[in-house]
Ligand binder design. Structure first.
Ligand code: CTP
Length: 128
């Protein structure tokens, strides 16, 4: 089974490791859409700490990730799912319910987030 997931994965942390590990365990091929720098500027009003090339390099080096691409638009999830022939879409449960409409083209699974860690919290902690 081919699994797909999406995210920024900036300032890589153990919550990222855990969701990717669990996503891969749902199938035997994991494709990761890493959101572009431009998408992050549009979405969060600031560029990521690590550039998209650095984030792609980090995610590609993981043993439980098989394929990586740049997610250029949040609106193209259905196209990416078809293009990468994914049978399962995995999202963190911060997105619970938001992608149910894609259930007509693949199985949609929301996995629990790892508690007490996020890129935003890490940036705040380092800043202090
Ligand atoms: N994730 C997770 N557990 C965490 C943090 C993130 O499972 N503690 C998951 C998210 O649900 C998502 C993926 O990791 O599926 C990528 O999340 P991303 O938004 O890049 O990471 P965050 O740490 O949530 O970043 P931010 O604080 O900027 O929102």
């Amino acid at each position: 089974m081919r699994v797909i997931t999406f995210g920024t994965f900036d300032v890589f942390h153990v919550g990222h490791v855990r969701i990717l590990e669990r996503a891969r365990a749902l199938g035997d091929w994991l494709v990761v859409g890493v959101s572009s720098d431009a998408l992050n500027v549009a979405k969060k009003g600031r560029p990521p700490v690590y550039s998209q090339d650095e984030r792609i390099k980090i995610i590609s080096s993981l043993k439980f990730v098989d394929e990586v691409f740049i997610e250029e638009s949040l609106e193209l999830k259905a196209d990416y799912i078809r293009q990468y022939r994914a049978q399962i879409l995995v999202m963190g449960d911060d997105w619970a319910g938001k992608f149910d409409h894609l259930g007509s083209i693949c199985k949609v699974v929301y996995l629990p987030r790892t508690p007490s860690i996020s890129t935003t919290a890490l940036i705040e902690k380092i800043r202090l």
